[in-house]
Design a protein around this ligand. Structure first.
Ligand SMILES: Cc1cc2nc3c(=O)[nH]c(=O)nc-3n(C[C@H](O)[C@H](O)[C@H](O)COP(=O)(O)OP(=O)(O)OC[C@H]3O[C@@H](n4cnc5c(N)ncnc54)[C@H](O)[C@@H]3O)c2cc1C
Length: 438
């Protein structure tokens, strides 16, 4: 409720909260034809689509949060280009009308009995299950965090609690090292850890402090970006702007009182290096949802085990999944959620008719690589790491138009298209833009 109050204060005109959906803590045994776990990007999107398919009264969403955040805009919040208030809306205003909102946390999934248990002990049974639980952030896996965020000069765009600290650290920068990290785990939006470096560089240039700054990107990866076409462009930018890139450097400790960050060299086990910092941006280690990990739905690592084309579970045919919680071998993004939602709707509609799923997800995902306060490289690619660009021009070039897309068009598309189940990714437009050739 405190978060909701904060959001209302941030939106002085208030936000219209729909009263048409039914929300309650799960209190008695309940049954739903279509049960959705998680009310983030994938969960709300699929509940909108399932409402159209099976009727609102047959759909329920289990989600504990009062506020739903549009996380991609946090990149711009951390750089002072958007407010944190603009990133959140009350979950109640986004839940499709008539759909049951179970305001609880899922504690356990039992696909053998088609039931889910919530943290207040309620058992909900289902006919079909859509898992959209996202992933977990693990700041605590870095020694000295999260308590280090209590000190100045350190922030992280990956959490609503710490994103404004990034902007504060950037504004307070005087002279020294600005250090940006990428962890040794899969992450959501793999471009975000370096986007904030480009924005910080631009900000320090604008404010005349760049000459006193060493910009350092320490990444666990052996590459700057996973797709060569875009990595080549990014390497040109880092050379031109004098940004230092250290590959295979993994953050293991933050000594926030001394403004020191400790990295291990992943190519030389046991070797560590201490970087003093004037500003530190942390991208935390991430991992699968503990609820999925502890269930028979998990693969050997803990991700939801799906057929990568149909998004149906590999062992339980009445279970489906979408988004960051899955083991789909593509980059974890909201753009991927959009493309997956169109395929998954089709898969489920076929299964309901006892037919074979016929639409295949090609791994489409996208990352708007923000390279300044008015330029973006729009990376779009598939399972094979092949560029799958929507526009009929080279998207590896920095463009103003793409910044406008990221900052203004995409949020609109998210709130009014994706979450209402009306946006399934740019596939159809790509065909038109390329005159039917792609
Ligand atoms: C800084 C940043 C920048 C990003 N930039 C981009 C970008 O430019 N482009 C892009 O496409 N994507 C971007 N993303 C990624 C994008 O936000 C995610 O990939 C997307 O939100 C994934 O959707 P999801 O539904 O899988 O997970 P989420 O949207 O995270 O939703 C998961 C939901 O599950 C709920 N949940 C968790 N555990 C439980 C439980 N036990 N019981 C019930 N509910 C639970 C959570 O409360 C949450 O609401 C960015 C993300 C960040 C953090």
């Amino acid at each position: 409720m405190a978060a909701l109050r904060h959001l209302k204060q941030c939106h002085p005109r208030g936000i219209a909260i729909s009263n048409f959906h039914t929300s309650s803590p799960a209190s008695a045994k309940q049954h739903y034809k279509m049960l959705v776990l998680g009310g983030g990007s994938g969960g709300i999107t699929m509940s909108s689509r399932m409402k159209r398919l099976v009727g609102a009264e047959n759909v329920a969403v289990v989600e504990p949060s009062e506020i739903h955040y549009y996380q991609p805009i946090w990149t711009l919040v951390g750089a002072g280009a958007k407010t944190v208030a603009s990133s959140g809306r009350p979950t109640a205003s986004l839940m499709p009308s008539g759909v049951k909102w179970v305001k609880s946390k899922v504690q356990e999934i039992n696909p053998e009995t088609n039931t889910v248990r919530t943290d207040d002990g309620t058992v909900i049974s289902y006919e079909y299950l859509i898992v959209a639980l996202g992933l977990e952030l693990h700041y605590e896996k870095i020694k000295g965090l999260p308590e280090g965020f209590g000190h100045p000069k350190i922030g992280s765009n990956y959490s609503v609690q710490t994103v404004e600290k990034t902007w504060k650290a950037l504004q307070d920068f005087k002279e020294g090292n600005a250090v940006f990290t990428f962890p040794n785990t899969p992450v959501k939006c793999a471009g975000a850890p370096q986007k904030i470096m480009y924005l910080s560089d631009a900000y320090l240039r604008k404010t005349g402090k760049r000459a006193k700054a060493n910009m350092i990107y320490n990444t666990s990866l052996p590459v700057l970006f996973g797709i060569k076409k875009y990595a080549d462009s990014l390497w040109e930018i880092v050379k031109k702007r004098d940004l230092q890139i250290n590959l295979r450097h993994n953050l293991i400790e933050v000594r926030a009182d001394k403004q020191e960050a400790v990295f291990e060299n992943l190519d030389k086990p046991g070797e560590t290096k201490v970087f003093e910092y004037e500003m530190l941006h942390v991208t935390p280690p991430m991992g699968p949802s503990s609820v999925i990990k502890g269930s028979p739905l998990a693969d050997e690592i803990g991700w939801l085990d799906l057929n990568k084309e149909t998004l149906q579970h590999t062992k339980y045919p009445n279970v489906f999944g979408i988004g960051d919680c899955t083991n789909l071998p593509t980059a974890k993004t909201g753009a991927a959620v959009a493309a997956q939602s169109a395929v998954l709707s089709r898969t489920i509609s076929k299964i309901l008719k006892k037919e074979k799923p016929d639409k295949k997800y090609d791994g489409y995902t996208s990352c708007p690589l923000v390279t300044s306060y008015n330029t973006v490289i729009l990376a779009e690619f598939d399972y094979n790491g092949q560029p799958l660009e929507t526009f009929p021009f080279n998207q590896a070039k920095e463009r103003r138009l793409m910044y406008h897309m990221k900052a203004d068009v995409m949020p609109h598309l998210y709130w009014h298209g994706l979450l209402r189940g009306l946006w399934g990714g740019p596939g159809p437009y790509r065909k038109i833009m390329h005159l039917g050739m792609k």
